[in-house]
Design a protein around this ligand. Sequence first.
Ligand code: COA
Length: 656
Amino acid sequence: MTLHLERHGEIAVVTLDNPPVNALSRTMRAALADMADRLDGDAGIRAVVLAGAGRLFVGGADIAEFDGPPQEPHLPDLLARIEAARAPWIAAVHGMALGGGTEIALACRYRVAAPGSRFGLPEVNLGIIPGSGGTQRLPRLIGVEAAVPVVAEKRMLDATEALGSGLVDRIIDGPLVVGAVDFARDMLNHPLPPLARDRSVTDPGPAYWQAAEARIAKASKGQSAPPLALLALRHGVQHGFEAGLRQERETFLRLRAGDEAAALRYLFFAERAAPRPADLRGTPPRAVARVGVVGGGTMGVGIAAALRNAGLPVILSERDQPGLERGLTALRAVFDAAAQRGLISDEAASARMAGVRGVVGLEALADCDLVIEAVFEDLAVKQAVFKTLASLCGTDTILATNTSYIDPRQIFNGLRGPERCIGLHFFSPAQVMKLMEIIPLPETAPAVLATAFDLAANLGKVPVRAGICDGFIGNRILKHYRAEAEALLREGVPHAAIDAAMRGFGYAMGPFEMQDMAGLDIAFLHREAARLRGETVPETAGDILVRAGRKGQKTGGGWYDYPTGTRAPQPSDEVARLLAPLLGPARAMPAEQIVARLIAAMAAEGQRIIDEGIASTPQDVDLVEVHGYGFPRGKGGPMFLAARKTITGIPTRIPT
Ligand code: COA
């Protein structure tokens, strides 16, 4: 960490140099405070330009420090020090100013920016609100209506928007620091503008606040920070800067010390560690320019869409023409839906589709760098696909299977070039879900594994390496989660109460509602296959429902009834009758206890998975749950909760 000082005549240039993102760590804050004193004492200095070295201005406070108590000098005090400086400070922003980066810029007298640079206050992503005046200075500079989306809704302002709204005073084309020094010289001839803190702000009135509150509460899905960020901003607008600052700081400190912020910080670092496993450092990935996808069903279409969204040309292969037409139609529908929702332009939707070549058969895949198989989950079908592919493709073509349960060693058994074979388990819908389980075979070459991680990064996915076992990481835990839910059911806890408890915990739906949505038949067939192999698989409630034709929403009923045309679950008399012989006498159980039982079951299985070497770390298990199975982000994951013992009922020592 260094703070550079250069003099350009009467202008000082202070450059923050704290790779990788110039975070405002304690030592950086201390160095800046000393620098402010030193420059105040230098009568030859009439203005100070504050810039950042490297690829961005400042990426925020140092998040790693948030696990301990706040340490002096505190950022709000440093910002007050900069505001009180004898010579005006000018922030020169390039790349990004995030969190504390935007806040320090707001405390400067002026802000200049490089074209394309962006300003944001993404603290709510970490379960906190801006803690150094962001909620107070921003509305005073750009108005409440422009500030609220930045403070509470993760909106970023690019340089042009920042200039238009008054956040930035000049956009500098050409070298930023040179332009900032010129700007500083120009400004020496003008009276100083008021500091952001001293500017007036207009209250937009009760209707505005009501609408903003409703919008933010809805979008924050139970996370506490966004509504509180709005509240702090509003408090300052209605009670003055100092009162607002106090409320902001008090809220920031409270949230910073809480469980939700700890969970979100944990995931922040876990997500950054995931794409770069230590043992692959120094192993360059192979270039992947031509990708083939085999199978135009839901998974194949989703994978093709994810590849196209990342700009990779795709060859989509199906067995016959009608199957291909269905696949291409479904793929077009994915892009059209994205355009209709305003996520991409109509032109982009057409361009994405134009980058897909549909083919019947596998011959056209011979020259691909990577082929991902996403056909029916059946060993013989998959083996046949790869036998043909291995005879068509060179041994440098990476062959990947998207199996969710089948042992990839069996799928690739006996193939030429086993070192180029790997499992890539996407989650449905693959163009949306972030998780990608990467399953190497014992023979998989490190470069092939590195290519899989690189592909995940290009697709914007969260990669997690999984060892080979039934269900890998995610589906194995899911099985235990469901089994525990069913155990509760047998103890007499109604399935509606179990679903409601898990929704209350933060899942979008409970375990039984989830089965109804996904279909009960897949897991049923899986159990039946095991029974056929001679394994002992006890009869489950799900088996009883499927045998009665209740496969979930698609058949109008599963655990619940779905009267035609609705997806809203209704209690079912038939289910009560069918399951009566299996269930114990009805019993009420507090929601926290239900949650604790289910999370404990997940954590216990997660620990076994780690002990067996199937997952490398608790973080990997939690990333799987959060990004593949809807575990509420603000809770961190089952392993995080078990380690922190924040849920009553989770065993202090997880059984292994
Ligand atoms: N404090 C501490 N470390 C930070 C950080 C911060 N505010 N922001 C980023 N880092 C670290 C990351 O952990 C990563 O470290 P690693 O290389 O050891 O894994 C490194 O900086 C690069 O971050 P990464 O996210 O991989 O790079 P990127 O170029 O994709 O994105 C940012 C850069 C700054 C946009 C992104 O890291 C980010 O959004 N950071 C958080 C910003 C924020 O929330 N600030 C408010 C904090 S209160």
